[in-house]
Write a protein that binds this ligand. Sequence first.
Ligand code: SF4
Length: 432
Amino acid sequence: MAESEIHYRRSRYAIISPHRYFKGSGVYRLVYLTTKPRLLALSAAAADAIEKDDCSALSAGELSYLVKIGMLIDDEKRDCEYVSGLLAEQSQMSASRTFVLMPTSLCNMECSYCGQRHCPLAYSQRVAGQAKDAVVASLGNDEVQAVDVRWYGGEPLMAYHRILELSSTFVDVARKTRTAYQSSMTTNGSLMTFERLRTLYESAMLRKICVTIDGYGKFHNKSRKMRSGRPTYQLIVNWLMEAVEHIDKIPEILIIVRINITVNNASSIMRLLHDLYHHGLSDKHILLQLIPVYNWGHDNSDLQLDSRSLNECMEDWLREAVRLGLHINMLPTAIKQPVCIATNRFATVIDSKGQLYSCSEHPLVSPYDTHEVLGYVDSQSEVFPRPLGKYDDWPTSVLSGKVPCSTCPFSRYAEVPVLNAGMREKNHVRYT
Ligand code: SF4
């Protein structure tokens, strides 16, 4: 059948902007295709036609191109098949292994919205040895091409020396076995210095770090409260500046600055953006993420901005950040593979007691810390594939329409922590 005779319709993963843009004599609309992901400026006439599922208005060239990239599809199933194939592939990535290592459960901050339960536990010599053996076993497995270690909290830098000690073995074995190895860290930034960052870059192959700033100056210091009372805003900005100044020493680093948005700090975000800009943090190695606070393990609804205000503010913040030349999360530019570690049996969390979990949000959030333990790092000869976890059927749940992700065009960029009652009820997702 000729292409022009087939009845095509818009993929559910093609999102058409309601706005019109003018350039010269042309009128355009933006279309974002989440399956690629790709942003296209189509003539308003073509976008209108796609929106109405009336492809007769498209030229043969336009039709052919839009079919080729998957923006137009010819039957209901194709969207599902496309995504199911990818989801299945993602959950079977046995050549890549991911370890989320929690060398300590303790955190030196006490943020009001934190859903984690912090206890003064750290890897004992025995648990550290077992976690080390598990990572080394993956590095030594001929089928494994890449190992990714994520240092996660509490506050991982409270176990800085343990991280260096373990990393020295990991990097050494990775070099000998020619396995791709890198690490990342989620930190509150209070114990970081440029020297530590550089040491972790060189000795622990740290290539991505995520640090949180909750608004400008005193807004951050009030929200990200240190147990000791020490303010940390300027301290964090200082090591970020130093990192940018000496970026040639850590050229492959990506520093994600996460900005948690609450009703209390929303008024300071514009000032924060300007302050980061004035401190030279528009470098391409720094990526800002504006993240509204949700119910992370407990009820944070008092802190949440209503969605109308959030949308209005978000537009202003994004526009200003772009105007200043700051790098900021706008639309996803790459597909997450796998979508979330909790759906991947070749990824596991090893908490400070040596317990295995599928989801990094479980170990410190009650009651998941006790209900969702999948085993112990010392109780099995092989860590992978890890024991079945709560979310391993997520790809099939998406396909069978059992979860809201089934109809969400962004489901392939989402994480499924389902870490709190409110979110769990909806079985909803956290976008990253
Ligand atoms: S820094 Fe992170 S882990 Fe520590 S209290 Fe704050 S939100 Fe919780």
